[in-house]
Design a protein around this ligand. Structure first.
Ligand code: ATP
Length: 255
């Protein structure tokens, strides 16, 4: 419900040998918020969301997500609590149709754990006869209603990224984590994606968005968190972030 805390990270750290990928990060996300995570390459964005989704155990710190403790709670249990995500690199099945790809997301709860782990999808158990209807509805929500019979591999790049979102939606998440969904998109596709994210948020979904397209993040997010060398160097509304000298120096100035 609105205002409830979905993600609470306090003092989150990740060390990879000598590389301190994430340093003392505090992050709270309330239900219904769209939060953007930006920062230069190697800033620790993916590592942070991997810890939030339970894929990577933290070196130290407290992680609480939808009543689970990622890092201690099994990965698939974090997913089942309502965390869905897309990845930087596509994990679609190119020779299955768009609809079939979404069906995998809708079915996945009744499939082996390895498949859930592979695709990172939770999902609600449902009547078999409703599954196709549900999957088709997810395609429609993602703006792909007229693409359902096409092979995933034959879709345009932008449509493939949206198909990944449709599949993530099939699991009926509360928290949707998107890892650079606009990468490689043109302006028109990025604008459509921004509107899609806005409409999902309006339906009550909480969204954590990693993105390099700063303009898109500014237009889409309620709040933005900026990482640099693993540390949060700024957090606030898009207006606050764009005027923050530390952000301009570390990141925006370089664009
Ligand atoms: P990008 O925008 O390029 O995706 P990022 O902000 O997501 O970058 P991360 O991928 O989280 O950054 O990486 C943060 C740092 O941690 C980098 O220096 C990276 O090389 C290092 N790192 C990430 N994963 C590992 C790993 N499994 N083993 C060792 N080092 C790692």
């Amino acid at each position: 419900s609105p205002g409830e805390t979905v993600v609470r990270v306090s003092g989150g750290n990740k060390d990879y040998g000598g590389v301190h990928a994430v340093r003392d990060v505090d992050l709270t996300i309330a239900s219904g918020e769209v939060v953007g995570l930006i920062g230069p390459n190697g800033a620790g964005k993916t590592t942070l969301v991997n810890m939030i989704s339970g894929l990577v155990p933290p070196s130290s710190g407290t992680f609480e997500v939808l009543g689970t403790t990622p890092g201690r709670t099994a990965v698939h249990k974090v997913a089942q609590a309502g965390v869905s995500r897309t990845f930087q690199h596509s994990k679609l099945f190119p020779r299955l149709s768009a609809l079939e790809n979404v069906l995998v997301g809708a079915h996945v709860v009744s499939r082996p754990t390895f498949l859930r782990r592979l695709l990172w999808l939770p999902g609600a158990r449902r009547d078999e006869s409703q599954v196709v209807v549900h999957a088709a509805r997810c395609l429609e929500r993602a703006g792909l209603g007229d693409r359902s019979r096409e092979d995933a591999g034959s879709l345009s790049y932008g449509d493939q990224r949206r198909l990944e979102i449709a599949r993530a939606l099939a699991a009926e998440p509360s928290l949707l984590i998107l890892d650079e969904p606009a990468a490689g998109m043109n302006h028109v596709e990025a604008d459509a994606l921004s509107r899609l994210i806005g409409s999902l948020a309006a339906e009550g979904l909480t969204i954590l968005l990693i993105e390099h397209n700063v303009g898109m993040v500014m237009r889409t997010c309620d709040r933005i968190v900026v990482l640099n060398f693993g540390e949060v160097i700024a957090a606030g509304t898009p207006e606050e972030i764009v005027n923050d000298p530390a952000v301009v120096e570390a990141y925006l100035g370089g664009d």
